[in-house]
Design a protein around this ligand. Structure first.
Ligand code: B16
Ligand code: MG
Length: 215
């Protein structure tokens, strides 16, 4: 019996990956190198610190821990400037109708995101009120594929993982959900998420009942 849905943020509710890409690329360019949108795929769902380490590796650049802290903060300032201009029009198609449907059925709603900026983003697009529980990078100590973020979500909802569906766009997120004992539904292309039991392109035109029937 499914009693809750836990949503990843970037790539599931909104497309903030393009803002991460703009800000990380600006940082890389300042450091004298560039990276592609294809490489950017690898940092989707990955924490800020791990993303920076990967990008520095692509550029063949070595930095001290203190320098890395400063670089991550600089990137985050640019990223926050970008997300502070987001509007509700940037909520991915079908999400609001899907959340309204869950509400009407009394299904609990939680966020399970790696981002430390999730509240800013939810506020900016006007979705805060939908969420019974928000677990994000400000509350976790371990990154996906560790299941911590989703386990904390289930715990805060007072439900076992088997009563919850996790919606994720990143392979590491699907792995985290499955390791934690959750039902995992992929968002995006099936080829990119082979571990997910099934993958939907997004929430447009699909109902909670249709998803539950396919679990
Ligand atoms: P921040 P998600 C993730 O969000 C992003 O996909 C990833 O690119 C980002 O590095 C991470 O959040 C941390 O974000 O720098 O804002 O703390 O997909 O877990 O919602
Ligand atoms: Mg994501």
């Amino acid at each position: 019996m499914i009693k809750a849905c836990i949503f990843d943020l970037d790539g599931v509710i909104v497309d903030t990956a393009r803002y991460h890409f703009i800000a990380w690329r600006r940082l890389a360019n300042e450091l004298g190198f560039d990276f592609t949108e294809k490489e950017n795929e690898q940092i989707k769902g990955v924490s800020r610190t791990e993303s920076l380490n990967l990008i520095l590796r692509w550029g063949g650049v070595e930095k001290t821990e203190a320098e890395k802290t400063e670089l991550a903060a600089r990137k985050n300032d640019w990223y926050v400037d970008l997300v502070c201009n987001m509007t509700p029009s940037e909520i991915l198609e079908g999400v609001v109708a899907f959340l309204d449907g869950l509400r009407a059925k009394g299904i609990k709603i939680a966020l399970g995101s790696a981002s430390k900026n999730s509240m800013t983003i939810l506020r900016q697009v006007g979705l805060v009120e939908y969420f019974d529980v928000v677990i994000d990078g400000t509350k976790t100590t371990r990154s996906k594929p560790d299941p911590e973020v989703f386990l904390l979500g289930a715990q805060a909802l007072g439900l076992p993982p088997s009563d919850c569906i996790v919606f994720e766009d990143a392979e590491k997120g699907i792995e985290a959900a499955l390791t934690g004992g959750f039902h995992a539904v992929g968002i995006g292309e099936p080829e990119a998420l082979p571990a997910a039991k099934f993958v939907i392109p997004g929430f447009a035109g699909i109902t909670f009942e249709e998803i539950v029937a396919r679990l």
